[in-house]
Write a protein that binds this ligand. Sequence first.
Ligand SMILES: *Cc1c(COP(=O)(O)O)cnc(C)c1O
Length: 478
Amino acid sequence: MKLIFEKSRPGLGCSILAPCDVPDAPLPARLTRKKPARLPSLDENQISRHYSALAKRVFGVNDGFYPLGSCTMKYNPKLNEEMARLPGFTDIHPLQPEHTVRGCRKLLDTAARYLCEITGMDAVNFQPAAGAHGELTGLLLIKAGHESRGDTARKRIIIPDSAHGTNPASAVMAGFSVVNIASGPDGCIDLGALKAVTGPDTAGLMLTNPNTLGIFDPNILEITRIVHEAGGFNYYDGANLNAVAGIVRPGDMGFDVVHLNLHKTFSTPHGGGGPGSGVVGCKKTLAPFLPVAGDVMECDGAEHPHSIGRVRAFGGNFLVAVRAAAYLLTLGKEGLPQAAKNAVLNANYLMERLRAKLPPAYPGPCMHEFVVSLEKLKAEHGVSALDFAKALQDQGSCPGIHPPTIYFPLIVHEALMIEPTETESRETLDAAAEAFLAVYEQALTDGESLHAAPRTTVIGRPDEVKAARHPAVRFRGE
Ligand SMILES: *Cc1c(COP(=O)(O)O)cnc(C)c1O
């Protein structure tokens, strides 16, 4: 398929934007272009066909089962999209006078109140635009918390080896060094290993619970106590709150800071790099350090001398908060824990359906996701997690099913990380189980054929090494 720039021909063009309804304001000369922007020129029909063709080449949650572990690719009710498109929410400007955006302010307050209640935190902030951004912000709060007491010796953040890759990256960006601790044979924190590394240089612990293996750590209270006793803070990576929302609260588990991905758990579609929200919440002790923006949508007029400053313009991605509020208002106090229970039930159902042939890497019931290792299949039949994932795309009626996350968490070799989510029916889970088992049988009988999968998709196997080493992410033109 040609790029839109390759389809462009001089002289074509159309205007599909509504005319501007405010007077032109001259830009300062230093901000204006020297040459006109190089934009493709096509007629409206061509543009429409171009994007329709692109839309047919992708796989989204609207196309089929999408069990991408850790990413929570669940169905997001269309109603919440409609709410986020109401003109009262979309046609506002962050510099508008406060009294003209009171409804929006109220909506943010409502969302904040619910998210505080769900996480057990005292304050939340909507500025961070993604999970990793929330992590950085939360870690800066921890840093500010220690520094405000004149304690500058706390330079280390403890992170288990099952953590999402963004955790150590964020810790380093925030100026900390990372102490990695190995998980125990049960996939949980090894208390001895934790005690051995906590001390006067501990700034805090970053933890995902349930962790990326889908296991809820039974020692969570002891873990957070150990860190608190050493003088550190506990950071909760709540990117996926699907298993516990409305059931247990990070605040009650002993965490001081948390981020949530509204674009995973709270109804904003994601995966295409669209706007997200890595809301940060914290306990009272750290609240004075939260970001402020000094603008109408964010600032309450009070002084914030201890704030870490702004981490993003204005109040963050407001429409993502609108979707979250709509989602929470629809589910209510009964619906939210029910959604979490269904997420756990669905994951356990699929795990049990696969167990005989594809046993989970760790024993016991799982939470919202589970991990399978194909190490044996690879050794005995030469079929890797990558082959398996690709082959799943050919299963069932086109467009097959989306592969699960693979090769993550890093501590499981040839990992498949499967998260069915609560929005799938039993019929879909049964069909998915059949698909996994069919690929497994094929791996035993004709493993060789799986190296060439997928055969039914528009693109088969891209050159992954080339894609990683020499990515072409920008059209460079003639
Ligand atoms: C997705 C995820 C993140 C990062 O979120 P982004 O919005 O992609 O930056 C962090 N931790 C966990 C456990 C996640 O699943």
